[in-house]
Design a protein around this ligand. Sequence first.
Ligand code: MN
Length: 249
Amino acid sequence: MVHLESGAATDVGHVREVNEDACLAADPVFVVADGMGGHQGGEVASSIVVEEFARLGEERYDVRRGAAAVSGALAECQRRIQAYTAEQRASGAREWRTGTTVVAALLCDDAGPGEERWLVANLGDSRAYRLEDDRLAQLTVDHSLVQELVTAGEIDEGEARRHPARHVVTRALGGEAFSAGPDLFELPLGPGRLVLCSDGVSGMLSHAEMARIVGAADRARDAAAGLVEAALAAGGEDNASAVVVDVVG
Ligand code: MN
């Protein structure tokens, strides 16, 4: 069985009043969720994601069962967030909208040595990266308006980080935006460091800055803390969260 070392860091930042991000680092499941919504709504949505994914950590999975477990957890999150929204609307908050992004990685290692896989699920603009040979590769593609502009070649990554519509996500857990479903993919565990983060990290730092911080840290928890510290130093305009996982054996 492979052994993982991980760390998580999250901070409200310098501008927002509430930290609506939530993180989970509980081998074999790792999650960053970035909640959206007025008052306490976003915080509720992201904490539902952490609760539901924490339940997955009670067993080991092969890829097929892992994919079913992740899809089931996402469906249960969607059901609970919609029930919460309906409750708020019934008690008078008619325009209540609550949602959250989710990026999750589940270690699937039940098929034997050498067959271990990361199963990664993504909805929204929180991201998964992997550091291999000092090169940081982005694994997920954002479900966001600015990503569509980047893909179309209309703006570049730097412009995307400063774009007025940079917070608009096109898929999320919560409302109708869930209907398109998550991106779900598997990759060999391999060597290398896995990074999950909210847009409060990836939106404040360039790709090169992130690669330098993740590559320079000795331990996973130092890498997670370093990313969040750097996001705060760069302005801390949003809640900032990072989860980092090393495969050590
Ligand atoms: Mn955010």
